[in-house]
Design a protein around this ligand. Structure first.
Ligand code: PEP
Ligand code: MN
Length: 337
């Protein structure tokens, strides 16, 4: 349920109202916009008397929200959310976030070389997998804790905030100095993991599952937000279809649809979406044109020798070219606003 508060209502009155709502076992979510204050009521609101609330002095209007996602809903929070990344950058707002780096961290030399290169090309964050969700147990599983150590070294040298994937809540202590924790497609509905991440205040990059709807993606975001962590970045990374020339099918319409449904920032991963390095640039441009808040792109200093996802990885030179073209699209998008 959404309660729009009358202009001129004092903070004290709003607090009293929220206390009263909470005393009935219902959560409140306060949003102060430039022109309106909105209170989102979360929980079993069927037990509330809508007419009675409407009659209160401070209430302008009351609306029931039928969507199952509440905290992630734009109706509860009309302005775009801007996620702060360790005070160094943001995702959302005026910044177009670019998380770039190898699929997996392979060695000190590899991660440092890629980190320096993507920074020079304008990436705002460094990505690298330490715990890898591989289809085969016989494939390279990542350097695990040692991989995080190497990523931290690259962070120290370049100053770039780092993004890396978590596969088990038991690994959380290793993620203390990680700036953005990624939940990969395969774990999008690992609800116990999502609940644990809800207890942290770390920015979470939540990737869409291989065959999940946007509603399911938003419900997974809701799991994290229900625990009190509102720092969520959504990521469209393609879904599985009958097509076989590409690894997945990139759902570009997910970007404007998610923006309509939710206030959370949305980025696009054209690398996993296509699985083909030459398709990364056109899809990155399409994502920027569709209004994405950023990109996640796999970059490797020697894609042919990569231990994971070489065919979709860009060389640092190709990444530099993508960055230049993307910035033209961002300027064009700004000019249409
Ligand atoms: C990744 O980003 O390294 C990854 C495994 O992606 P996804 O979960 O989207 O497959
Ligand atoms: Mn990968």
């Amino acid at each position: 349920m959404i309660v729009v508060v009358k202009n001129g209502t004092t903070e004290r009155q709003i607090e009293n109202f929220c206390d009263w709502i909470r005393s009935q076992g219902i959560g409140t979510h306060l949003f102060h916009g430039d022109f309106q204050t909105v209170i989102g009521l979360i929980g079993d609101t069927m037990k509330l008397d809508e007419e009675m609330i409407h009659g209160l002095d401070i209430v302008e209007s009351v609306k029931r929200i039928s969507d199952p996602f509440k905290s992630a809903n734009r109706k509860f929070h009309p302005d775009d959310s801007v996620i702060d990344i360790s005070g160094k950058t943001t995702v959302g707002g005026d910044i177009f976030a670019v998380m770039a780096g190898p699929c997996s961290i392979e060695s000190e030399e590899q991660i440092l070389e890629v980190a320096r290169a993507v920074k020079a090309s304008g990436a705002t964050m460094l990505r690298g997998g330490a715990f890898k969700p591989r289809t085969s147990p016989y494939d390279f599983q990542g350097l695990r804790a040692d991989g995080i150590e190497l990523l931290l070294e690259a962070k120290k040298e370049t100053g770039l905030p780092i993004v890396t994937e978590i596969m088990s809540a038991t690994h959380l202590p290793l993620f203390e100095d990680v700036d953005v924790i990624q939940v990969g497609a395969r774990n999008m509905q690992n609800f116990e993991l999502l609940k644990e991440l809800g207890k942290t205040r770390k920015p979470i990059l939540l990737k869409r599952g291989l065959a999940n709807t946007l509603k399911e993606l938003l419900m997974s975001a809701e799991y994290i937000m229900a625990g009190g962590n509102e720092n969520i970045i959504l990521c469209e990374r393609g879904v599985r279809t009958f097509e076989t020339y590409t690894r997945n099918t990139l759902d570009i319409s997910a970007v404007p649809m998610l923006h309509e449904l939710s206030h959370l920032p949305v980025i696009v991963d054209p690398s996993h979406a296509t699985g083909v390095s030459r398709l990364v640039k056109p899809m990155a441009l399409a994502a920027a044109a569709a209004g994405a808040n950023g990109l996640m792109i796999e970059v490797h200093n020697n894609p042919k020798a990569a231990l994971c996802d070489g065919p979709q990885s860009l060389t640092p030179e190709q990444f530099d070219d993508v960055m230049k073209s993307v910035s033209c699209i961002i300027d064009a998008v700004k000019a249409t606003k």
